[in-house]
Design a protein around this ligand. Structure first.
Ligand code: SAH
Length: 346
């Protein structure tokens, strides 16, 4: 934006003025930016656009979870979820229209892949919810955390995701701390290394299995980047950011990956990596053959991990009545055929 203003022959401080209007005040019309001259406002209207996400459906769960459907171009839609808790409000945002990774237990995968979201479409989800909540002040918890755990694989849209996360952290915008933003990935190893160089937000890995054989069927990108290479990349992240830990997500699927021996393998796999483990009860969706592990199996699994010294939480499903729970985000993908056209390599 600074380059944009310089090119217009304007002073650099216009950048902070405009950023504050957009992100902090929530203005989306140049005419309302009253500390800019009328002439500058006119020039801005001629050369720039403030495009606000179009919210087309709001659903509120009986547990307070909110889900919004945003309409993008050409019939594509994405979903964004707010999970209010006592101490925090976590916003779960999308990074792509659909997803190309085809994980067998994930509803978004069924939608196929259409395209990457732009920086404005990613930050726009935070912008919309932030100012929507401001207008309903007191009724819903404000955003304290952002997780890239909605639709899409954020590491396959790395540049746009990093730019949007930098805006979230900027004091002129939302001023969120790096520890309160979490990027979650299925493990695209070369992109994970680039992310480690580019950003220092928190990292979550969708692990879900302890052997390549099982992981290949659940998270097919594992065939390209097997567990050994993924764990090595995790160690490089920790080496770059000493003192931090990685959250490992592990979906609990009955009879597939939930046996006590899998928990013991997990202990071995994570040895040497400061880890937190999130067990996610599998959320079913139409057409899936998987079923969720029993509460007893999940608790037994958790106890083995806890006994080995790992902080292990079982994630409570939220927003089930509005299909807003983990892995249930469907959105609306117009052209689903593009899965094979993306380069998953790096
Ligand atoms: N592609 C990224 C971001 C999506 S995050 C990633 O894989 O991490 C979505 C999280 O929900 C991931 O941990 C994913 O594995 C999990 N998930 C997907 N489908 C699920 C389902 N049906 N039940 C429970 N968790 C699921």
């Amino acid at each position: 934006m600074q380059a944009f203003f310089t090119q217009m022959g304007e002073k650099a401080f216009r950048t902070s003025q405009v950023l504050k209007w957009i992100y902090q005040v929530g203005v989306h019309n140049f005419d309302e930016m009253t500390n800019l001259s009328k002439a500058l406002r006119t020039r801005l209207k001629e050369s720039a656009e403030l495009k606000v996400p179009e919210m087309v459906r709001e659903q509120i769960s009986k547990d307070g979870t909110c889900k919004w459907l945003f309409q993008l171009d050409g019939g594509n839609c994405i979903e964004t979820v707010l999970i209010p808790e006592k101490e925090r409000g976590t916003l779960c945002i999308s990074s792509q229209v659909g997803c190309a990774l085809d994980c067998s237990f994930c509803c978004t995968a069924q939608q196929g892949f259409n395209r990457n979201l732009t920086v404005s479409e990613i930050i726009g989800q935070v912008w919309w919810v932030y100012h929507h909540l401001n207008s309903e002040r007191g009724k819903i918890r404000p955003i304290t955390n952002v997780v890239l755990m909605g639709m899409g694989e954020p590491l396959l849209n790395l540049n746009n995701v990093v730019s949007a996360m930098n805006l979230m952290m900027d004091d002129l915008c939302f001023g969120l701390s790096k520890r309160r933003i979490t990027l979650s990935t299925a493990g695209v190893v070369p992109a994970l290394d680039r992310f480690t160089e580019m950003s220092d937000v928190s990292l979550a890995i969708s692990l879900h299995a302890t052997t390549d054989e099982i992981r290949d069927t659940l998270v097919p990108i594992n065939k390209k980047y097997p567990l050994e290479s993924l764990m090595a990349a995790c160690k490089r992240y920790i080496t770059k950011l000493p003192g931090r830990s990685i959250t490992f997500e592990y979906v609990m699927i009955n009879g597939v990956n939930d046996l006590p021996e899998h928990a013991r393998q997990l202990v071995k796999l994570l040895r040497g990596i400061p880890s937190k483990i999130n067990l996610i009860p599998f959320n079913p969706f139409p057409g899936t053959d998987y079923i969720c592990s029993t509460p007893e199996a999940i608790e037994q699994f958790r106890q083995i991990l806890m006994a080995a010294g790992f902080i292990t939480m079982t994630r409570k499903p939220r927003g089930e009545d509005i299909d807003a729970a983990c892995g249930q985000l469907a959105g609306q993908v117009k052209d689903r055929t593009k899965r094979n056209t993306v380069t998953i390599a790096s």
